[in-house]
Ligand binder design. Structure first.
Ligand SMILES: [Zn+2]
Length: 258
């Protein structure tokens, strides 16, 4: 069965050529979850680089973030709502302004980013952006482009474990293309628009980043913050997003938990 799949992929490449190769994801959809699980294990086993805030003893903090994630999942816009785990981890590092998601729906957010933001709609915006990368399969699409058919074939066959491990390790630091970033912003607005939250909160992080000297990795290959703020606000207006919830006061209390 796997062999037939590989032959089909190779045949489709021969037919479509390079131009289309840039836009297709060679990794089968079912592999995203597996790669995500592997990456999640690596992260759990590497507390030096990823000091995870334990769920036990921090139930209230986790419940708070999970409530926001649930809002996004219930927006009616998530393709993999029921087949990805959508597991959230908080990484206890106040110096990093970042969040990321693995393929297959594991979401990680640094305490540094949580403390940097001012309201629930801003955090829901960042979570929505990361959820979009996972739901739209941006990581594996990026991997397809970088490593090509050989990797896809190896993954399908469960071969080349060392290479797969290296790639899994690289997933956490993977930078997305400009296109993927704009698309993740767009979907974050679409998701938030389907909740009671202020969809323009998606721009909150970028508004706060304006004028800061060195952008974090999260932003490094991205469109510039000013353009992103404009695009986000324009889309929220054109979709006539009516949500108004920001919950600054509750968010201030939440930040005190760290
Ligand atoms: Zn992104």
């Amino acid at each position: 069965m796997k062999k037939i799949l590989i032959l089909a992929i190779i045949a489709s490449l021969a037919t479509f050529g390079c131009k289309v190769l840039r836009n297709i994801n060679l990794i089968p959809e079912s592999q995203d979850k597996e790669l995500g699980q592997q990456l999640n294990l690596e992260i759990q086993n590497n507390p030096k680089e990823y000091p995870l805030l334990q769920k036990k003893g921090n139930e209230a903090a986790y419940a708070y973030v999970e409530k926001l994630v649930k809002n996004i999942l219930n927006s009616g816009q998530i393709k993999h709502k029921d087949d990805y785990p959508w597991d959230v981890s908080i990484i206890d590092n106040d110096t990093i302004l970042n969040a990321f998601a693995s393929p297959g729906g594991y979401v990680y957010v640094y305490t540094g980013l949580i403390k940097f933001l001012d309201s629930e709609d801003q955090l829901i915006g960042v979570l929505g952006h990361e959820i979009a990368h996972a739901d739209l399969r941006h990581s594996t699409s990026q991997m397809s482009q970088r490593y090509g058919t050989q990797l896809s074939a190896d993954i399908l066959l469960g071969k080349n474990a060392a290479m797969v491990k290296e790639i899994v390790s690289g997933l956490a630091g993977l930078s997305y293309s400009r296109n993927h970033e704009s698309q993740a912003d767009e979907y974050a607005v679409r998701y938030t628009c389907g909740t009671e939250y202020n969809a323009k909160g998606v721009a909150g992080f970028f508004e706060k980043m304006k004028g800061r000297p060195s952008p974090p990795q999260f932003l490094s290959t991205h469109p510039n913050p000013e353009n992103r703020v404009k695009a986000i606000n324009k889309l929220a207006d054109s979709l006539k997003c009516g949500g108004r919830v920001t919950n600054e006061a509750a968010y201030a209390l939440f930040k005190k938990k760290f």
